[in-house]
Design a protein around this ligand. Structure first.
Ligand SMILES: [Zn+2]
Length: 233
């Protein structure tokens, strides 16, 4: 069988463009540098965000994609603040998973102060299950991912796995700074949100805190519902 044209090593899903970058931009940069094919799929265009507009956010997402060396980025244009487990949302996501055939999938952790991140996590877990079923949306071949990891957005929980991202931390900063409409305070009509009140500094502190636990400068943490496979040496 010829390799699938898209066939990604990793596909990371977020509710909004910038979620994946907040949680795991360093892990992505580290693995694109090593030659892996990585994609991000944003479920919504974040059209309900207090600052910025959709065209700006799309440009910012593409600048972030470039900073991280992504092979692929898509937006399913599901409704912001309307992420629910519905048949049509599930089918759109299942088709995206089957189209990209990722080996590993990353989704938001199931607890977070933003309800869209929680909803994205739930929707993704349902979709990943359906993607395996050959009788579901049977006009596309079923796809089973090797492993699902959960990443953190706003809140800190205990990680089951940590990736040392010290060497690529500037690329994480660069990808996050691409979202100027979200993280910059300046500009007419900008309203104050948690994101433009020192948010990026707190992300960096969080990554430094986890890094400290594993003896490196910066690390990103992940959770797995099944034991993480390790090689001891
Ligand atoms: Zn978000």
């Amino acid at each position: 069988m010829s390799p699938h044209p898209l066939a990604l090593d990793i596909l990371a899903f977020g509710a909004h463009p910038d979620d994946v970058e907040i949680g795991m931009a360093g892990t992505i940069a580290k693995h694109t540098d090593a030659g892996y094919r990585i994609g991000i799929c944003d479920l919504t265009q974040a059209e309900m965000s207090s600052n910025g507009d959709v065209p700006t956010r799309m440009q910012e997402a593409s600048a972030a994609a470039e900073a991280l060396g992504l092979a692929y980025r898509s937006c399913l244009q599901l409704p912001d603040r309307g992420l629910r487990v519905t048949e049509s949302h599930l089918e759109r996501i299942v088709r995206e998973i089957r189209n990209c055939r990722p080996r590993l999938v990353f989704v938001p952790y199931w607890q977070d102060r933003h309800p869209d991140h929680v909803a994205c996590s739930e929707l993704m877990q349902e979709a990943l299950f359906n993607a395996k079923l050959r009788k579901y949306a049977s006009d596309t071949p079923a796809w089973t991912v090797e492993r699902i990891y959960f990443y953190f957005i706003n809140d800190i929980f205990a990680a089951d796995a940590a990736v040392d991202v010290t060497g690529v931390y500037d690329r994480k900063r660069q990808s996050l700074r691409a979202y100027r409409s979200q993280f910059e305070r300046e500009g007419a009509d900008v309203v104050s949100t948690p994101l433009n009140q020192g948010y990026l500094e707190r992300v960096e502190q969080r990554d430094a805190l986890l890094g400290g636990k594993i003896g490196v400068r910066f690390a990103e943490g992940f959770v797995s519902k099944v034991p993480v496979t390790v090689s001891l040496f």
